[in-house]
Ligand binder design. Structure first.
Ligand SMILES: C[S@@+](CC[C@H](N)C(=O)[O-])C[C@H]1O[C@@H](n2cnc3c(N)ncnc32)[C@H](O)[C@@H]1O
Length: 411
C-alpha cells in the first residue's frame, strides 16, 4: 500500500506518493481517555454533543441530497471515522438511519438493512462504546417505527442496524473498494497523524522548543503544522475516494479557525496554547519536569482555515464540495455555574485531560501528568471569567459527494 502525501506551495496543493512510517507510533497510542471516570471522554464530550446537534441540519441536508441521487439498495453501509468512546457517534448514526429510512419510505420502499462501522485507532476504548449500543432490533419491514428516537436523537432503545468496530487510522485504507454509502467524521480530523518531524528537531528552524502547541509559535513551526495537516487530509480523501460507492456522500466536521494566521489557533489555541502551556512551564520551573522533556512534547492538533481545507479537497479532485463553511460553535467548557471559578477550572482541566491526557501520561508518566493537570486547573480557575467569555470553537463543516470518476493516484 502506498500512502498519498500532499506537498504545499503557497496556496497550491499537489498530491504525490510517499511512505509515512512515522505515523505508526502516534497511531498506536493516541486515544481519548476511555472508561467512564471524571476525566473520561464519555463524561467530557458534552460540548461536542452540543456542537453536533447544532450541525444536525447540515448532516440531514447531506443525506437528503445523497438519497435523491442514489438507488434504493437493500443494504446501506455507513462508517463513522474517529468514533471514540462516547455517545456522540451513536447520535450521528441514529440520524443517518432515520434520514435514510425516511427517504426509502417516501419512495414507497421498505427501509434497507443497515451495516454501520465504528472506526477509530486501535488504542480507542471500543468496549466502552460497544457497551453503549442498545440491543439489535432484527430488521423486518416497518420495524423502524417507534425504534428510532424522534427528533433530537437521544440514544435509541433498540438498534436498527448491524454494528462493527474497525480499528485503524483514517489516514489510510480501512474498507474494501466502493463499499461505503456514507462516511461521517466529527471532531477528529484536526488530529494530525504525527507531530511534524521538524517541530521536534532542535536543529531545524521549525523547532518548537519551549512550546507545546502551534498556537503563538514561530512562522516556521506554523508552516510545518499546516503542511502536516494538508498532507494528512489529502491521504484521508484518497482513501475515502477508493472506498466510497458512486453516488455516496461524506459529512466532515473538525476544529477550524477564523484567523488567516496558522499560529492563531482560536479556541484550540486557548485550550492547548495558554494555561496548558503555562502549566508545563510551572512543572519545568518547579523542577518536576526537565526543560527538554517539555520541549519534546507537542500536541498533534491543527485547526485549519476554510481556505486551507478547500485547497486540499480541490487538489484531490475526487469529490464535489456541496457545502463548506466555518461555523461558530460553543465553548468546550460545559459548566452548571459559569461564575464558579473552581468549577470552570475543573472543567478546563477535565476537557484537556479527556483529549490529551493519554499523550501527556505517555510522555511524563501518570504521576507527573496528574501534577500538570492540577496546575492547569488552578491556573484556569484564576482566569475563569476570561475563559468563559473567550473560549469558543470554530468548526469547519463540509459535505462532499463522490464524482463519477476518481482522479489518478494510488492509496
Ligand atoms: C475528540 S474525539 C471525537 C469523537 C466523536 N467523533 C465525537 O464527535 O465526539 C477524536 C477521535 O478521533 C480519533 N482519531 C484521531 N486520529 C485518528 C486517526 N488517524 N484515525 C482514526 N481515528 C483518529 C481519536 O482517537 C478520537 O477518538
Amino acid at each position: 500500500m502506498t500512502m498519498a502525501m500532499a506537498s504545499v506551495k503557497g496556496e497550491n496543493v499537489t498530491v504525490s506518493a510517499a511512505a509515512a512510517p512515522r505515523m505508526k507510533k502516534l497511531a498506536s497510542m493516541l486515544c481519548m481517555k476511555g472508561g467512564n471516570g471524571d476525566g473520561s471522554y464519555l463524561n467530557n464530550s458534552q460540548a461536542q454533543a452540543l456542537h453536533a446537534r447544532r450541525m444536525l441540519h447540515f448532516l440531514e441536508e447531506t443525506l437528503d441530497a445523497m438519497m435523491e441521487r442514489s438507488s434504493s439498495d437493500k443494504l446501506f453501509t455507513a462508517a463513522d471515522l474517529g468514533c471514540s468512546c462516547g455517545s456522540n457517534s451513536l447520535f450521528i448514526v441514529d440520524v443517518i438511519v432515520r434520514c435514510v429510512s425516511e427517504a426509502y419510505e417516501s419512495r414507497g420502499r421498505d427501509a434497507p438493512e443497515f451495516q454501520v462501522f465504528f472506526s477509530d485507532l486501535p488504542s480507542n476504548d471500543f468496549n466502552t462504546l460497544f457497551q453503549l449500543l442498545p440491543p439489535l432490533l432484527a430488521p423486518v419491514a416497518g420495524s423502524l417505527e417507534g425504534c428510532l428516537a424522534a427528533g433530537e436523537g437521544a440514544a435509541t432503545a433498540t438498534r436498527p442496524y448491524h454494528a462493527a468496530g474497525v480499528p485503524g487510522t483514517f489516514y489510510g485504507r480501512l474498507f474494501p473498494g466502493e463499499s461505503i454509502d456514507v462516511f461521517t467524521s466529527t471532531f477528529s480530523l484536526h488530529w494530525l497523524s504525527q507531530v511534524p518531524e521538524e517541530v521536534g528537531d532542535s536543529a531545524s528552524p521549525a523547532y518548537n522548543g519551549g512550546r507545546v502547541f502551534v498556537h503563538r509559535a514561530t512562522e516556521a513551526v506554523a508552516a510545518a503544522y499546516k503542511r502536516q495537516f494538508q498532507a494528512d487530509l489529502a491521504r484521508f480523501l484518497r482513501s475515502r475516494a477508493r472506498e466510497m460507492k458512486r453516488g455516496g456522500a461524506m459529512f466532515l466536521a473538525c476544529l477550524g479557525r477564523s484567523s488567516g494566521d496558522p499560529a492563531d489557533q482560536g479556541g484550540a489555541g486557548l485550550l492547548f496554547g495558554t494555561h496548558f502551556q503555562d502549566a508545563w512551564d510551572d512543572l519545568v520551573q518547579e523542577g518536576v519536569v526537565e526543560g527538554e522533556k517539555r520541549d519534546s512534547f507537542n500536541i498533534p492538533v491543527y485547526a485549519p482555515s476554510l481556505q486551507e481545507f478547500r485547497d486540499v479537497v480541490r487538489a484531490d479532485g475526487a469529490f464535489a464540495i456541496d457545502r463548506l463553511e466555518l461555523v461558530r460553535g460553543g465553548s468546550p467548557l460545559v459548566v452548571d455555574r459559569p461564575d464558579d471559578a473552581a468549577e470552570v477550572g475543573r472543567a478546563m482541566a477535565n476537557s484537556c485531560k479527556a483529549v490529551a491526557g493519554v499523550l501527556v501520561d505517555a510522555h511524563i508518566g501518570e504521576r507527573r501528568g496528574a501534577q500538570l493537570f492540577e496546575r492547569l486547573e488552578r491556573r484556569a480557575a484564576r482566569h475563569a471569567r476570561e475563559l468563559v467569555e473567550k473560549m469558543h470553537f470554530f468548526h469547519v463543516v463540509c459535505s462532499l459527494s463522490r464524482h463519477n470518476s476518481i482522479a489518478n493516484g494510488c492509496v
